[in-house]
Design a protein around this ligand. Structure first.
Ligand SMILES: Nc1ncnc2c1ncn2[C@@H]1O[C@H](COP(=O)(O)OP(=O)(O)OP(=O)(O)O)[C@@H](O)[C@H]1O
Ligand SMILES: [Mg+2]
Length: 225
């Protein structure tokens, strides 16, 4: 099976080489766990290989995202690809007149994007008429995303609690990766846990330490509890 590299070398090795091609992966976690930075790293990995990449943000605007990249050396290159093969599209649902239907149409109109990030699905749920409508929108959106090499749907969860927004994204998506702070040592450990990855043989639910510092964002140790 063709694999899509995530930008995190250790995560690729855990997942037999990367995300399965054409997969849609839920990246969920509490506030400040690293969802946005990890998603930017994922797009940078594609951008470097000349793939067409798109970050669709429903919360932070383009300048805020670029500012976040500025805090980690290995993400500074994101700026170099913006307006070339890496697009950052800011679609503020409540402020603009964009309905969810329109939002899905906009995404469907993008020509052959290789990697897509949507940050975040909670905003889509918030602007859906009800949970049944949201589930239908989600499935329509996922049908469109299937054409890409790989997509990340970011999802805010309560701190260290739950895998999705309550909208059943974890069931619908091909993979579920959770970022959490684990209280294992003298200080909380930023961790990445793979809960689900279709077509992939891996050890589920093992926490891998994720480091974010001035230099880089990377996976380091694996903890067996
Ligand atoms: N150079 C750095 N060194 C250490 N930590 C950093 C550095 N740059 C950013 N961080 C931290 O990385 C964290 C992750 O940020 P990120 O925006 O990716 O989280 P998030 O999960 O998207 O949060 P939110 O739910 O608020 O959108 C932030 O809490 C920030 O403090
Ligand atoms: Mg974020």
């Amino acid at each position: 099976m063709t694999r899509v590299k995530t930008g995190l070398t250790k995560l690729d090795s855990i997942l037999s080489g990367g995300l399965p091609k054409n997969s849609i992966v839920l990246l969920s976690g509490g506030p400040g766990t690293g969802k946005t930075l990890m998603a930017l790293k994922f797009l940078l990995e594609g951008a470097k290989k000349n793939e067409k990449c798109c970050y669709i943000t429903l919360s932070e605007d383009k300048d805020e995202l670029l500012k976040a990249c500025g805090s980690v050396e290995s993400l500074k290159n994101v700026r170099k690809y913006v307006n070339k093969n890496l697009a950052i599209e800011y679609i503020p649902m409540g402020q603009s007149n964009v309905t969810i239907k329109r939002f899905i149409d906009i995404i469907a109109s993008y020509p052959d994007v290789d990697r897509i990030v949507i940050d975040n699905v909670n905003k889509l749920l918030m602007f859906s008429e009800n949970s049944k409508a949201y589930r239908a929108y989600l499935m329509e959106l996922m049908n469109t995303l299937k054409k890409s090499q790989a997509s990340l749907l970011l999802c805010e969860t309560a701190e260290n609690d739950g895998l999705d927004s309550g909208g059943d994204e974890a069931f619908e998506c091909d993979g579920v990766i959770q970022l959490v702070f684990l209280d294992l040592e003298e200080k909380p450990m930023r961790s990445l846990i793979v809960h689900k990855m279709r077509y992939t043989n891996f050890d589920p639910k093992l926490p891998h330490e994720m480091r974010i510092n001035d230099k880089e964002i990377k996976l380091t140790e694996t903890k067996v509890i």
